[in-house]
Write a protein that binds this ligand. Structure first.
Ligand code: NAP
Length: 488
């Protein structure tokens, strides 16, 4: 009989990954768990990223849990506020509120080898737990570049992921730095407000139209009354998005068709050849995330918008000096410069067996096994861990797959009262060798610089294949690939 620990499971993060884990733990009869959330309110990406125009570029009926489908989505692509409402409803309906520990930021997690449990330190105190599920995701740490002279800037400045809603952009001269998935959503929203909007573009991205529209009342009614229709709808979207992996992974030559479509979209929306030239991408489509938007190019064509492509030389008290030495006045700087995916865990001190440093393991590029477990870290599991990200389909599908695997592992550990399970080092190495081999010929390795790759050019983020393959390998916990220490 081991020493008494506070919890069977501590989940870190209350986004889709954390919520899915909590629901599936409850379904498995595991109720002694808490879900830590560093902020005073729960919800992940879709609570944090609340900039104007924030929305998901995966269709609503697919970007939701298979076990909590929603017939009443108002649009084909869900807006941030509707996604957040959905999340709240799911949390309440599944009785997760008592498990939430808000304002409880994880600071350290240390494995107790003798006891087979984890000691957790949070901003609100300490606790012990048999197992940990990290559901922190990899887009949680905004990346803000340090331009020369930035400290002298006298105006307001904020990142898209920490949008300062108290700043009134009406009549302001606004500089937006970055032109990725977030920028293309909020630029069309703020352009009509700003006196002047300078869009600082380092790389022109591939853009495809976003076929968004309101879901009609009759569609909602049908989806609500005829349940198989919901499944069919979801399946249709799934197949459509999943098919994109064929060109990204297996036949990058096919990308030329998508590129042609994107260039047609550009030509249709931007008649000015000089602007079109600036906006024409120079890498293979899909290498960076493809942007879905129908109102971004039209916004760039407005007389109060200037697309700046010469870089930023210096920031002054009330201006930005571009790479050509031209000084452009600015009142507000908005960073749409993405996230530090390489250091997604930040400074959290996670120590496994023998004091092994989790952050160091990631720096070394060891990856994980099935995106879920790491050698040296017994009883520690991840949702959306290394190489489970997608460039083509719904992350919720991956989250549900990974969760099934992790909850199966934890159920087994608890039921059999095992001291610990830890993936075998060789198993993890072979698995990652296979993954990296598959990633070699993909579009993501075709030469562009993207957040999919770390500073050494390794792709430790994306899943290189069909998502249903990931689902099949995470169907059941494969205990034979683990070092198992028997009863506590
Ligand atoms: P992002 O796609 O990484 O875009 C960052 C932008 O900032 C890029 O244009 C990048 O240029 C630029 N940038 C970065 N550092 C810079 C620097 N030092 N100087 C000048 N420009 C710089 O970030 P994001 O738009 O926040 O999106 C991040 C991810 O969040 C997306 O890829 C997506 O997975 C997710 N997201 C999803 C949705 C959705 O609809 N599902 C919506 C928003 C975000 P380069 O291209 O040259 O690096």
């Amino acid at each position: 009989m081991g020493i008494k620990v506070d919890h069977d499971v501590v989940i870190i993060g209350s986004g889709f990954g954390g919520i899915c884990s909590a629901i599936k733990l409850k379904e498995a009869g595991i109720d002694n768990f808490v879900m830590l959330e560093k902020d005073p309110v729960f919800g992940g990406t879709w609570r944090v990223n609340n900039y104007p125009g924030a929305a998901c570029d995966i269709p609503s009926h697919l970007y939701s849990f298979s076990f909590a489908q929603n017939a009443s989505w108002s649009r084909l692509f869900p807006r941030q506020d509707e996604l957040l409402e959905y999340t709240k409803r799911v949390v309440e309906q599944h009785g997760l509120l008592p498990h939430l520990r808000l304002g409880s930021a994880l600071q350290a997690a240390h494995y107790d080898e003798a006891g087979g449990f984890w000691r957790i330190r949070t901003s609100q105190g300490e606790m012990t737990t048999r197992t940990v599920i990290s559901a922190m995701g990899f887009l949680g740490r905004p990346s803000t570049p340090k331009f020369p002279g930035l400290e002298n800037f006298q105006g307001k400045a904020f990142h898209s992921a920490t949008w300062d809603h108290s700043v009134d952009l009406r009549g302001k001269r606004v500089a937006v730095i970055g032109t990725g998935a977030s920028a293309v959503q909020f630029i069309p929203e703020i352009q009509p407000l700003a006196a002047q909007l300078d869009s600082y573009q380092r790389t022109a991205h591939w853009v495809l139209p976003r076929p968004d529209r309101a879901v009609s009342r009759i569609e909602k009614w049908l989806l609500d009354r005829v349940k198989p229709l919901q499944l069919l709808y979801r399946a249709m979207h799934y197949v459509r998005y999943e098919s994109r992996v064929v060109m990204f992974v297996f036949a990058p030559a096919l990308t030329r068709f998508a590129q042609r479509e994107s260039l047609r979209h550009l030509k249709r929306q931007v008649p000015d050849p000089a602007l079109r030239e600036k906006l024409t991408p120079r890498y293979t489509i899909g290498c960076k995330r493809v942007l879905l938007t129908s109102n971004y190019y039209p916004a760039l064509m407005q007389p109060n918008v200037s697309v700046q492509t010469d870089g930023i030389r210096e920031v002054r008290a009330h201006s930005i000096v571009n790479g050509k030495g031209e000084e452009r006045p600015v009142d507000v700087i908005i960073y749409a410069t993405g996230f530090d995916t390489e250091h997604a865990f930040g400074p959290i001190d996670i120590r496994g067996r023998g004091g092994k440093n989790f952050l160091k393991v990631f720096e070394d590029g060891a990856g994980a096994y099935k995106g879920s477990t790491v050698a040296g870290f017994p009883n520690f599991f991840m949702i959306t861990g290394p190489n489970t990200g997608l460039g083509h389909n719904s992350m919720v599908y991956m989250i549900e797959s990974g969760t099934r695997y992790v909850v199966d592992a934890i159920s087994r550990l608890l039921k059999e009262d095992l001291h610990s399970v830890e993936v075998k080092e060789q198993v993890q190495r072979d698995y990652n060798h296979g993954l990296q081999g598959k990633l070699k010929g993909t579009v993501w390795s075709s030469g562009c610089k993207s957040w999919y790759l770390d500073s050494r050019g390794r792709n430790l983020l994306l899943w290189p294949g069909f998502t249903f393959h990931y689902r099949s390998i995470t169907k059941r916990f494969d205990i034979q690939n683990y070092i198992v220490q028997g009863n506590r």
